[in-house]
Design a protein around this ligand. Sequence first.
Ligand SMILES: Cc1cc2nc3c(=O)[nH]c(=O)nc-3n(C[C@H](O)[C@H](O)[C@H](O)COP(=O)(O)OP(=O)(O)OC[C@H]3O[C@@H](n4cnc5c(N)ncnc54)[C@H](O)[C@@H]3O)c2cc1C
Length: 411
Amino acid sequence: MTRKYDRVIVGGGLAGLMSALVAATEKKKVALLMKGVGSIAIASGAIDLYGKGVGKLDPFKTIKLLPKNHPYSIVGIENIINAIKYFEETTARYGYPYKSICGRNSFIPTPVGWLKPVHLIPSTMDATRLISETNIAIVGVEGLKDFSPTLIHSGMLKQMAYADKQFLTAMMPNPFNTGRDTTSLDLARYVDTIDGMQWLNKSLRAVISGYKVAIIPPILGTEPSRYIPDALMESVGIYLHEMPTLPPSVHGMRLQKLLMSQLNALGVDVIENADVCRADVSGGVCEAIYTAAPDVERAYHAERFIIATGGFLGGGLKAGVNGVSESIFGLTIDAPENIEDWSNPNMLSSGHNFASMGIRVNEVLQAVDSTNKPILSNVHFVGRTIGGYDFASELSGGGVALATAYTAGRL
Ligand SMILES: Cc1cc2nc3c(=O)[nH]c(=O)nc-3n(C[C@H](O)[C@H](O)[C@H](O)COP(=O)(O)OP(=O)(O)OC[C@H]3O[C@@H](n4cnc5c(N)ncnc54)[C@H](O)[C@@H]3O)c2cc1C
């Protein structure tokens, strides 16, 4: 059987899902091959655009000044803006809108009380609702890991925006009797049920009377839907701000569900547990890629291939004794010869070379050699597999994934 498509996309992280959506919107016949969900399941669920230096408040101010080899400079401002617009429209159409606050970054409190600059957020992460109140409740759940109201409170008091606020810290009873640690995901799954909704409604009412806003862990259900948040907020009569917690990420899982559901609606063939192991390349053109299977390899043919396999963590880049390479086509990645130069001895520094290693690409996201000549004419790379940026220190991971995926998906 020939599996022939207009676009074959490899990788089920944010960049792969977005590429597949955009290509399908462009009326292309699309297959998405994925062997896992990628970092979307461990990320906060908010989309970072750029959060370093002056870009902390107004990311576009800094993006305009980035070096030529940064993925944002390569795809250009127009593609970044259009990618954001496309993402906002897609999430709004689904009924779980992501927005930026006036086109700038907003600062969401984190479980240690630090404020993180983020760009696109779902409605239950809107910190402007917190800033506008004098009294803020922080409500945890007994036995819930990684969400300590007292720690959050002491951290937030050190932030200028919250220094003059009055805080209440409180705990709700744990609804389970399992004898093991509870995660936000356990509680969100419980709140998906009628019993869980009733437990949360009753527990919140018992601890926060008189408050108009409360910070809670992300437990308002697992679905990308406003139904549970809106119903609870209306019934309890306060704004509930869901703070992202450590993995598993409830916000990330909601976003993943939303994007997958849109792919189904657009008729994309999603092939899960598909591990792309090799490609046929002839004369600089990729003829087919192959997924590994216990018995037989399966070939996928396409006019263009979009590779969204991530970095070292996702599996798109491999480091070995001979250096660093891309994992499907075996492309060589620039890396210092001496392995000691890959990282900085100061662990907390932002100057780790390995963090920005990746494929060098041109404006249509083809891999290029040292003379800027395209290596594979019909293969385009997106997301963390591209080099020239360090998402962790810049706080730019989600934004680069969306902007590069949008650019490649429209080719
Ligand atoms: C802990 C953590 C927290 C983060 N928090 C945030 C945040 O809060 N906000 C933000 O904007 N960004 C955040 N980021 C960064 C952001 O998640 C990534 O930069 C971005 O989502 C990259 O997406 P990607 O699709 O390029 O790669 P990935 O998410 O790594 O996805 C790669 C996908 O490719 C698949 N794959 C790899 N090889 C193959 C193969 N051979 N065949 C088939 N499939 C394959 C993988 O299984 C995976 O599904 C965070 C990153 C990490 C690690």
